[in-house]
Design a protein around this ligand. Structure first.
Ligand code: ATP
Length: 217
């Protein structure tokens, strides 16, 4: 594939990152390789529409994200959702990104399978493919429902050839199987609440930040 074309693509990976962990970092780095982009943008959700406000503020979650990606050349943080009032809808984020990059450039919005399962409850979810492709990464312990609007939508929009998607700005859904690390932010918060250590679940700088700010105690 012509690398000059690939370099024009933009890739996003959104999450609450409460806190960021090695599962996020591994999957994001592998997605950057798969999509052949120089960098993948990690976008912390400021005001998650589908859950209560996280214990760590959006600024703290962004700070941990920046500490975590410090030495990772393929990852960058984009605080775009921190600049908007609540709630942080993905459709608003991809609309804004599309305005910034123009009509032609492929825009890949990457999410894990557990997020995909909730997609039909997202604000204007069926419009997302007007602005971006959706790349789905498998996640341990998550399965798709057997039938329903989500399955119909996947059948209608699924594409198995990434090189075709690289030539189009938006409109397709692509499934990929990447490293499956069985780590979650919930698990990290639970461990911290019980006073257990989280040393091998997230980078040391994040562990230190959590300790300094007495998060998740
Ligand atoms: P929580 O436990 O609080 O729900 P989380 O660990 O699922 O958090 P999020 O910030 O909600 O993390 O996830 C952001 C994105 O990263 C989602 O699309 C999610 O599917 C994906 N993701 C999180 N952890 C992993 C993992 N271990 N492997 C693959 N994808 C992951």
């Amino acid at each position: 594939m012509d690398k000059s074309v690939n370099n024009m693509a933009t890739a996003l990976f959104g999450g609450t990152f409460n806190p960021i962990h090695f599962g996020h970092l591994t999957i994001a780095s592998e997605l950057a390789d798969l999509l052949q982009v120089d960098k993948i943008q990690l976008i912390p959700c400021a005001f998650p529409p589908h859950r209560g406000q996280p214990q760590a503020s959006a600024e703290q979650r962004l700070a941990m994200l920046e500490l975590a990606i410090n030495r990772q050349p393929k990852l960058t943080a984009n605080p775009i959702e921190l600049h908007r009032d609540a709630p942080s809808y993905s459709i608003d984020t991809v609309t804004l990104l599309r305005e910034q990059i123009g009509d032609q450039q492929p825009l890949f919005f990457c999410i894990g399978l557990d997020s995909l399962v909730t997609l039909p409850s997202w604000h204007r979810w069926q419009e997302l493919l007007d602005y971006c492709h959706i790349v789905l990464a498998s996640r341990p312990g998550t399965k798709l429902p057997a039938a329903g609007p989500l399955i119909d939508w996947i059948a209608e929009n699924n594409c198995e050839d990434l090189s075709i998607m690289q030539q189009q700005p938006a409109g397709s859904v692509y499934f990929c199987n990447l490293s499956m690390l069985d780590i979650s932010s919930t698990d990290i918060r639970d461990k911290l609440a019980k006073g257990q250590d989280i040393d091998f679940l997230t980078p040391t700088k994040v562990v230190e930040y959590i300790q300094q700010h007495h998060l998740y105690e």
